[in-house]
Design a protein around this ligand. Structure first.
Ligand code: CA
Length: 226
């Protein structure tokens, strides 16, 4: 279990780290005192969850969240100061998975984290059999079959996994790093050639030319447009 906690109050980071250690012994809790540092750590560390304070010294938590969401679908729980519905709504709109109001009891925080992790793990299973992904694309997640314009398309396991990863994060860019780790299962060394080739094959098979479904985000990764 790896968590990034974006919060400028060290005492809160320490307390959250203790709570994690209690529930997930050996958990890595990485503190980021600024929003900028938090964005960098989420990209570099690929954490399982992010705890994000809304009030940070250099930028608002909302803007941190927007930046994170450009490249990652990691579960994010925001910390708001008081029961401010507007903050909570803004956070959820910006892509937070849940929120906790400060000051909070650490058992409450742990309960929220567990609930969010359970929910995000279940997302792929909830996808319907034969789901219509876009007007041209249909995916049967149970039998792993893909249809384009009503015609079956044969994908390699690698191509299928890449397509599903992009579809699961539709309208959000998925970083090269994440694609490399999730599809090839290895660390990212800055070489995007494998990914580029796989995307080219996928586009060809999906007759996505010029690309309207799988879009390249220069220097970042790829995005599936719904
Ligand atoms: Ca703060």
């Amino acid at each position: 279990m790896k968590a990034v906690v974006v919060e400028d109050e060290k005492s809160i980071i320490d307390a959250i780290a203790l709570a994690f250690e209690f529930r997930w012994p050996g958990a890595a809790v990485i503190g980021a005192p600024t929003g900028k540092e938090g964005i960098r750590l989420v990209q570099e560390e690929s954490p399982d969850i992010v705890i994000l304070d809304i009030n940070l010294p250099d930028m608002t938590g909302f803007n941190v969240l927007k930046e994170i969401r450009k490249t990652s679908a990691v579960p994010v729980i925001i910390l708001t100061v008081r029961s401010d519905d507007e903050d909570m709504l803004r956070g959820l709109e910006a892509g937070a998975d849940d929120y906790v109001v400060k000051p909070f009891n650490y058992l409450t925080l742990l309960a929220r984290i567990k609930a969010v992790l359970r929910r995000t793990e279940k997302t792929p299973l909830k996808m319907k059999k034969d789901a219509l992904i876009s007007p041209r694309l249909k995916i049967d997640f149970v039998n792993q079959k893909v249809k384009v314009d009503g015609r079956p398309v044969t994908l390699t396991p690698l191509e299928y996994r890449l397509l599903v990863l992009l579809v699961k994060n539709k309208d959000r860019a998925v970083s090269h790093k994440r694609i490399m780790e999730e599809i090839w299962g290895k660390s990212y060394w800055g070489d995007t050639e494998n990914i580029r080739i796989c995307v080219r094959r996928l586009r060809k098979k999906l007759k996505d030319s010029p690309p309207r479904m799988i879009l390249s985000k220069r220097g970042t990764g790829y995005l599936f447009k719904s």
